[in-house]
Design a protein around this ligand. Sequence first.
Ligand code: SF4
Ligand code: SF4
Length: 223
Amino acid sequence: MANKPKLAVWKFSSCDGCQLSLLDCEDELLALAGAVEIAYFLEASRAEIAGPYDLSLVEGSITTPHEAERIRRVRAQSRTLITIGACATAGGIQALRNFKDVREFTSAVYATPEYISTLEASTPVAQHVRVDFELRGCPVNARQLLELIAALLTGRKPNIPNYSLCIECKRRGLPCVMVSKGEPCLGPITQAGCGALCPACHRACYGCFGPMESPNAARCITG
Ligand code: SF4
Ligand code: SF4
């Protein structure tokens, strides 16, 4: 046990869905628990083992002064730090507030907004500390998460594609929702990884995996 790499899973501002993706792995989770020492993962266990940690998975965006200070402590204790999910890699749904004055929201939602301590913006983890790899998705794809962890544990390059979702869609032989239904689909400029989940359900992609490498957004919008 003492020689196994130590894994820690951290939560910041998020819905916990990405951590759940890891718990959802079920059979593979046993193999993972055999390969690493799960040292900190409060969604799975109350047991806490002190750092430093070989691999930290970080879910959630940075939205409060406390989180901004805490992520620096997590980084200092982590040999490799991976951000998982749209919140951690891009700011998430909560980053919608970045387009407005956050005080308008706190006074609309809370009876005593003066007790709310928040940053002006919800930002990705990489805006605060060095990040070794960003895994996209809302939530992340469990297969990609396992592939990433396996690659890091064995010291090889992770096989995570950065091409467009259209490639996955076509590989599955799905009818293009843009062509067949005339619906605006963000697939052409969205990074693959979900297995074309929404087109498989006859729905357009709304881009939860974020932009692919070098997206031609203007061309996609103007057609
Ligand atoms: S990226 Fe999506 S699923 Fe993951 S924590 Fe954020 S809101 Fe939840
Ligand atoms: S099809 Fe698009 S919106 Fe749907 S899960 Fe995949 S990346 Fe996200």
